[in-house]
Design a protein around this ligand. Sequence first.
Ligand code: CMC
Length: 382
Amino acid sequence: MTAATSTNMIDQGLANTIAAESKMSFIDGQNGVLEYVGIDIDALARNSTFEESVYLLWHFRLPSESELAAFTDQIRNEYALPDQMWQLIKDLPKTASPMHAIRTLVSALAMHDPEADEQSPEANTRKGIRLLAKTPALIANFDRHRKDKDFIKPDPSLDIATSFLTMLNGEKPTDTMAKALDVCLILHADHGFNASTFAALVTISTLSDVYSAVTTAVGTLKGPLHGGANEAVMHTLNELGDISKVEDFVRGKLERKERVMGFGHRVYKAYDPRATYLKTFAKQLAADTGNQNLYEMSRRIEEIMAEAVAAKGIHPNVDFYSATTYYSIGLDIDLFTPMFVMSRIAGWVGHCIEYLQDNKLIRPRCEYTGPHSSPYVPMNER
Ligand code: CMC
């Protein structure tokens, strides 16, 4: 906190501000703990599915077997895209980055939803289901469009992860790959008031609509200090190419006071629990797919960072090992952040619904540091 000239303090980056209560996810940054509604993320990654974890986040409890089946059916019944959305994908420039495309496509979905401006929790949950269900088809088919491939429709007999990979690659994924993506979706689904969730809340707090909130959030997630970090990690690994170059690279970055992407976190000052799980996963997938070099380079970066900056509380975050995991699944690098979108919709929508229960317009103030009583100088005298 910095002292302001008024009686209030400036909390730069809102790092020490608790903006509201939430029952969705608990983060203990000192001890490296993440729980969804009290359940440890490790237990969910090992035992749950993305769909079940979303139910947990939205209903604050695990579903019974029949509740999960009904929820899964609701999602799959919403997989199909309106005809005009297919045309819109075709109209997008093939050179567009997927995050720009997705921000536009998610926003456009609102115009095909007669409930877009309904604000009841039930209507907002239905919209959340639609967003969750339709976004994978938008991402996969934008990728097909830019690669001059025919569209593939989502398959309602498949779960979200499997249906997405089938549309993306034109063939069913292996069980390991579908499981890997499903686990990544679970791990990224919610994380308190991170930047994109907070951006969504700013939008919904004006009593705008869920589509606008999610569009705001997609734009916020895109930044390399937030969801874009996983792509930056992969670019680093590709540029390095060989483990022998890692040490000079990392030490050089630290000497120049530059950021090593995939490290550090506003809240975690201990090891990010999502990274713990992903590290094991990345190792196994890299070995299975002949990408061992990537894993070895990552491990070496982690070793050097640990010697140099772990004492300052800088450890790998969720993006560090998700990069190798996504690459091993066969995703293009610029599809990594869209995977974060596919998953974090769960958190964005859940938080919007929760916040609206006791809504208050989010509107902080700034400390004005400019001049006062300045004269208006006519144009011809400036
Ligand atoms: N590499 C090197 N030094 C770092 C890093 C890093 N990745 N992250 C923080 N530091 C240093 C920083 O230089 C500063 O040092 P000093 O005190 O000597 O000036 C100190 O740690 C505190 O940094 P900060 O920027 O004040 O901390 P913050 O809480 O604002 O930063 C962060 C959080 C995520 C923006 C930052 O750690 C970062 O830029 N990391 C790299 C980008 C990244 O991986 N982002 C993904 C975050 S996890 C997924 C998500 O939430 O989307």
